[in-house]
Design a binder for this molecule. Structure first.
Ligand code: HEM
Length: 369
């Protein structure tokens, strides 16, 4: 399968292309450009998740995910409105458009799956499928051949999994990147510390490789502290499988429990009196020692249903942050208003305008010699 490491050069290229576009957009007099990073980072994360899910059918996958972006826009609009039971079944203009989009996504995916199913035997001869879609198609036809029969995945399941991956993988990671850029713009001392680390380990120009990314300890600490203060998923849910006593409370079987990730991350009893402050140094001795309880840090959930995209998300975020630090110095735009708000995920309510200055434009020619 295409592992996160294998995707690195592709993701790196997408980030470098984005950075180069920012440079061309800069004001020639000041050398600066204002970018709403919350919009731009979605290009990077959409590309990464499309490659993971569709790999060799990248172009077809891109078309499907474009439709899904439109569908998500409808969903987040509905999320902002007052919930009226049954409203989603009414044939309003927006609902009708959503249903149409959903149908089109399904149709495109079913066609793509059909085409890939025909090619699956060749793929098996060459090794195994190189992307998530290939793995699912294999699982849908391999089930009966195993000694322990498992129920094969249906085409419908594959369609739903593709949709889940897109939602779970795109916005979450772009939110992490957005908040990381915002906090680094707010804390120039940490921005500079991280940049020095990146320049020392990866140099000033090349796309960092996996081994180099593994050495970026300060960048990891910053990403963790950002995930602590601004966890993209503010909560997760569990259903009690049996009657249980939790923290002195009797929880009857089948009760749904909300795990308030954000509240746990901001709890001064766990994190100390500076719980609401940005202090990446608390992660200097690793995640398990950052708080008074080893599992107080849960941006990706915990247990059997923990996020399966954690490694991909962190690698993608590290790579993107490293490439940006190599190329730019940045600060918050005066237009930025700090207003984290929950719209399914934790967003900056008024966007995240950040002013970037290319480092090569601020260096004297001597630096290049
Ligand atoms: C910074 C980025 C991300 C964050 C903060 C995040 C967070 C989470 C959280 C909190 C959960 C629920 C875990 C639980 O209830 O214990 C989850 C589940 C999940 N995530 Fe992520 N995620 C991120 C990126 C990704 C990516 C890149 C992918 C896809 C490659 C992905 C795919 C999934 C899937 C499929 C699940 C459901 C797992 C299951 O139910 O077994 N996530 N994620």
């Amino acid at each position: 399968m295409a592992t996160p490491q294998m995707l690195l050069p592709f993701i790196g290229k997408t980030v470098v292309d984005m950075a180069e576009k920012w440079v061309t957009m800069a004001d020639p007099a000041s050398g600066e450009v204002e970018i709403d990073v919350s919009e731009w980072f979605q290009i990077v994360t959409e590309d990464a998740i499309t490659r993971t899910a569709f790999g060799r059918s990248y172009e077809d996958g891109k078309a499907v995910f474009k439709l899904q972006t439109q569908l998500m826009a409808f969903a987040s609009e509905a999320f902002r409105k007052v919930f009226i039971p049954g409203y989603r079944f009414l044939p309003t203009k927006k609902n009708t458009s959503s249903w149409k989009l959903d149908k089109e996504i399904r149709k495109n995916l079913v066609t793509l799956i059909g085409r890939r199913q025909e090619a699956t035997d060749d793929e098996r001869l060459q090794g195994c499928a190189k992307d998530l879609l290939g793995l699912m198609i294999n699982a849908s036809s391999n089930g009966g051949r195993r000694r322990q029969p498992v129920s094969p995945i249906s085409v419908n399941d594959i369609v739903e999994e593709c949709k889940t991956f897109f939602f779970a993988g795109k916005q979450t990671t772009s939110n992490l990147l957005t908040w990381t850029t915002v906090v680094l713009a707010m804390h120039p001392e940490w921005q500079e510390r991280a940049r020095q680390e990146v320049l020392e380990v990866c140099g000033a120009h090349d796309i960092p490789c996996r081994e180099q990314l593994a050495k970026l300890k300060t960048v990891s600490m910053i990403l963790n502290e950002t995930l602590r203060l601004y966890p993209p998923a503010v909560a997760t849910v569990r259903r009690a499988k049996s009657n249980v006593v939790l923290g002195g409370y009797h929880i009857p079987r089948d009760t749904e429990l909300l795990i308030p990730i954000m509240a746990v991350h901001h709890d001064a009893r766990l994190w100390g009196p500076d719980a609401t402050q940005f202090n990446p140094a608390r992660f200097a001795d690793g995640v398990a020692r950052a708080a008074k309880h080893p599992t107080a840090f849960i941006p990706f959930g915990l247990g059997a249903r923990m996020c399966i995209g954690q490694n991909l998300a962190l690698l993608e975020a590290k790579l993107t942050v490293a490439i940006i630090l190599q190329r730019f110095e940045f600060r918050l735009s005066p237009k930025y208003v700090h207003a984290p708000t929950v719209l399914m995920l934790l967003h900056p309510q008024y966007g995240a305008p950040v002013i970037f200055r290319s480092r090569s434009s601020s260096q004297t020619p001597d630096h290049h010699l």
